[in-house]
Design a protein around this ligand. Structure first.
Ligand code: FE2
Length: 280
């Protein structure tokens, strides 16, 4: 079962701005490069769009972006796949964050009342409101990165569920958390969780691959934190080169892998390979 209602994390203006900043281009410099008025680009950064299809094409080319994905964003029709076939229940827990949402997730055997929690939401009360009624126990909590909107509910969850082991990225300051290195594999019941160390958006950032232990052919889940979103990538607040390197690496996962990002809707690796504007 998947509960799925979240807007894309980034609109066209966000994508253009992230790409321009990453390339070290001002609005006017991008305008010269793409043959588009600088004022139009400034307006786009403020979510006011007035581009022709040809201008979109030139902007995508100038920024090295995937034209198909940029055009899809420009028309408001970024494709999203139906997520099905996971061999477990995935509960997206959406908590308000600014004008969007921050996502936490519970993964559980559909017949069980216990699960694994990934991130803990932007707001304690909001997390309580969206908590799946059937989940009464937690085997572990994994944190992708130590930013408030992904950690706010941690103390409350620990209080409600008793002592639960907490895991996070190396270098993160998270109460009682065990730091997980690249490649660490842990098993909880039928689940195996593999750590991918993915700094770039933040200095301390992990993604997690979740699979059913002993069933290597079953569809897997990538909890991508703030590295890879449907239709975009995270801001490169720590290091843009490392962020790009890790996005590229994530896109090499099996195409059918479901992706559960820290913001925005669920997607798949195949979908992002085809449409994500930031293909490297
Ligand atoms: Fe975030």
């Amino acid at each position: 079962m998947v509960i799925e209602h979240a807007p894309l994390e980034d609109e066209l203006g966000d994508v253009l701005e992230k790409a321009a900043r990453c390339a070290g281009l001002t609005e006017d410099a991008l305008g010269v490069l793409a043959g588009v008025a600088g004022d139009k680009i400034r307006d786009a950064f403020d979510y006011r769009y007035d581009f022709s299809a040809e201008e979109i094409r030139r902007l995508a080319t100038a920024l090295g972006l995937n034209e198909t994905g940029v055009s899809a964003l420009a028309t408001g029709h970024y494709p999203l796949p139906v997520i099905g076939g996971l061999p477990f229940c995935l509960y997206p827990l959406r908590t308000p964050h600014g004008i969007g949402v921050a996502n936490a997730y519970v993964v559980a055997d559909c017949c069980a009342q216990r699960g694994i929690l990934f991130d803990t939401g932007a707001d304690t009360e909001a997390l309580r409101r969206v908590w799946p009624a059937g989940i009464k126990k937690l085997d572990a909590i994994f944190i992708t990165h130590p930013e408030t909107e992904h950690l706010a509910g941690l103390a409350d969850v620990q209080k409600r569920f008793g002592p639960v082991p907490v895991f996070g990225p190396v270098g993160a300051t998270i109460p009682d958390a065990v730091a997980l290195q690249e490649g660490t594999r842990m098993t909880f019941g039928v689940f195996e969780v593999e750590t991918l160390a993915t700094p770039g958006h933040a200095e301390s950032h992990n993604c997690y691959v979740v699979r059913v232990a002993g069933v290597p052919s079953s569809r897997t889940l990538l909890v991508s934190g703030d590295i890879l979103f449907a239709g975009s990538i995270g801001g490169a607040y720590f290091c843009s080169e490392r962020l790009k390197k890790h996005v590229k690496r994530l896109l090499e996962l099996p195409p059918e892998t479901a992706v559960a990002p820290g913001h925005g809707p669920l997607t798949t690796i195949a979908n992002e390979r085809t449409y994500n504007p930031f293909l490297f």
